[in-house]
Design a binder for this molecule. Structure first.
Ligand code: NAI
Ligand code: MG
Length: 361
């Protein structure tokens, strides 16, 4: 997909549990920015996860795979639930196949909350989770490996983001012990000298970094790290950012469509009751416009509208302590209404490589 399309195609995979409930609000926000900001998007709804197992006996059926590959961005709700826990193929396996299909190696998780403004950039397709494994009754091992190229491509993402933010990057590793971390630190240092000397790069060891992040999160901006450390640190960061109902993510590769999804799962305990918080999903839509469709202006407007609604205390039950809890649709509607205050008239198109640029006019 090299030619920008007049109207980008977004593959909407609502999935299971609260997935369809929060995806419905995402759709309304997309409609609102389409008319307010001239950002039309074709939403193609496709079955995924448990829903696709029920309909097609596969969590990521061939026709969905084909549509995803032909799309400009993928919006994902959540998958899984007790209904499929004993299924021969679990809904979650569709997620791994989707990420593999699109080779999304950089996972971006912003955290904005109470004076905290962080962006965790986690390597997603290498390291311990993907290395050779062995397990017997008496012993086991997992292998962690990284190549220079794998480190460079994710570090490039962190540097790109830092240029648009405060210019500061902290790279987190365990270079006093691990060989992969020694390489990680060397490659990040080399790339910084070669491509981004204007940025302020520091290195920290993961254990003391976790303590520093928990005690003074305001000291950090872009956090670059490998797969395992990033898994743990991004959940820690999300917890400091107000919890699962608020946390979005983007997973991005070199040029194919990115995957934009809330950090939370399908929340079977509250599914179908209209009380799921749609903010994590709506913030994922903002990331889609910024990083997937090259419309930073739209991403910024959605982010500002969400911030306004949260500042008014208009929230679902998970965020409300004392006051009235609003329904999923009410929060979604409030964001659409607030967009009127933040939508700017003139479209601003991001430069490559922030996604493929939406066609002008
Ligand atoms: P979960 O994120 O679905 O729920 C954890 C807790 O947070 C629950 O109490 C839930 O009600 C609450 N919660 C989550 N999102 C919320 C929202 N938007 N608004 C209000 N409350 C919210 O994680 P859990 O319970 O461990 O997993 C449930 C299912 O989701 C499992 O089948 C799991 O495999 C799957 N899962 C899927 C993910 C994905 O699709 N990317 C990610 C994580 C879990
Ligand atoms: Mg995790």
């Amino acid at each position: 997909m090299t030619q920008p399309r007049p109207i980008p195609i977004v593959a909407c995979l609502a999935g299971d549990g609260i997935g369809p409930e929060v995806m419905a609000e995402a759709g309304r926000v997309i409609q609102a920015v389409s008319s307010l900001m001239g950002a039309p998007v074709r939403q193609v709804h496709l079955p995924f996860g448990g829903d696709a197992i029920d309909k097609h006996q596969h969590p990521f059926p061939p026709h969905v795979r084909a549509a995803v590959k032909a799309s400009d961005a993928v919006l994902l709700g959540a998958v899984g639930g007790p209904r499929w826990d004993s299924a021969p193929r679990r809904p979650e396996s569709g997620l791994l196949e989707l990420r593999k299909e699109l080779d999304t190696f950089a996972n971006l998780r912003p955290v904005r909350h109470d004076g905290i403004d962080l962006m965790v950039v986690r390597e997603l397709t290498g390291g311990l989770y993907f290395g050779e494994k062995m397990l017997t009754d008496s012993s086991a091992f997992d292998t962690c490996s990284y190549s220079r190229e794998q480190i460079e491509r994710v570090a490039q993402w962190a540097f790109r983001l830092a240029r648009r933010r405060s210019g500061r990057v902290v790279s987190v590793d365990k270079a006093n012990v691990l060989a992969t971390s020694k390489l990680w630190r060397q490659v990040v240092t080399d790339l910084h000298a070669a491509e981004a000397p204007e940025l302020q790069l520091t290195h920290e060891l993961v254990d003391s970094f976790a303590m520093n992040l928990a005690t003074r999160p305001g000291a950090y901006d872009v956090i670059l790290t490998e797969n395992l450390f990033g898994d743990i640190l991004s959940d820690l960061a999300a917890a400091m950012g107000g919890g699962l109902g608020l946390a979005p993510s983007a997973s991005i590769g070199l040029d194919g469509p990115g995957i934009f999804e809330p950090v939370h799962g399908s929340a079977p305990d509250i599914a179908g009751q209209g009380e799921a918080n749609p903010v994590a999903m709506i913030r994922s839509v903002a990331m889609m416009f910024t990083y997937g469709l090259g419309r930073r202006d739209v991403g910024r407007a959605i982010t500002a509208a969400v911030d306004e609604v949260l500042a008014e205390g208009l929230s679902t039950a998970d965020q409300v302590h004392g006051g009235r809890a609003y329904a999923t649709w009410e929060v979604g509607q409030a964001v659409c209404d607030a967009l009127g205050h933040h939508a700017t008239g003139s479209a601003e198109f991001a430069d490559h490589p922030f996604g493929r640029v939406m066609a002008r006019g």
